[in-house]
Write a protein that binds this ligand. Structure first.
Ligand code: GDP
Ligand code: MG
Length: 163
């Protein structure tokens, strides 16, 4: 059985875009509206020679936004059960939000290895977000662009020890 890697993060940071890139198919729905992925989705992923099962988490609807942290926590904890590692995604263009800080707090309390990824890092617009990400206490952030396929070698370095 292949190890499972969960993709975690608040809505709209690019989790489904990263999932699609690692699976190589348009299995997850990508949308500009936050929280469009309704369900947990699993796919067979490959990154260079690493093969693993990837899980895309979500399932929050805009009309339940007031309960978002509670639902996110449930989803996050469910995704971590049995996972060999988790990719925690933040949006480098937006920078850290209170929800990112809260998720980071939960993740610092888990024994599952966390790979911290700063997405949307193509160009210079994410430079501040990359610096801020060091504050999360989850190791060295890996800048990537899920949309453009940049930073995949750094992501590989993060995943290799846990797979
Ligand atoms: P999710 O809610 O975390 O699953 O995020 P999505 O994958 O649905 O993406 C949310 C938005 O961010 C979409 O408009 C994507 O096109 C955009 N996005 C995802 N990855 C990147 C990236 O690497 N760079 C930029 N600039 N936008 C991205
Ligand atoms: Mg999604």
């Amino acid at each position: 059985m292949l190890p499972t890697i969960a993709i975690i993060g608040r809505p709209n940071v690019g989790k489904s875009t990263l999932f699609n890139r690692l699976v190589g198919k348009k299995l997850a729905l990508v949308d500009d509206r936050p929280g469009v992925t309704r369900d947990r989705r699993e796919g067979s992923a490959q990154l260079f020679d690493l093969k693993f099962t990837i899980v895309d988490t979500a399932g929050y609807e805009e009309d339940h936004i007031e309960t978002l942290p509670g639902r996110m926590r449930q989803q996050t904890e469910a995704a971590l059960v049995g996972a060999a590692g988790a990719i925690f995604v933040i949006d480098g263009r937006v920078g850290l939000t209170p929800l990112d800080q809260e998720i980071a707090r939960w993740l610092r309390g888990t024994t599952v290895p966390i790979i911290l990824v700063v997405n949307k890092a193509e160009g210079k617009a994410a430079d501040n977000g990359i610096m801020e990400a060091y504050e999360l206490g989850l190791g060295e952030p890996k800048p990537i662009s899920a949309e453009h396929g940049e930073g995949m070698a750094e992501l590989y370095e993060g995943l290799m020890p846990v797979i």
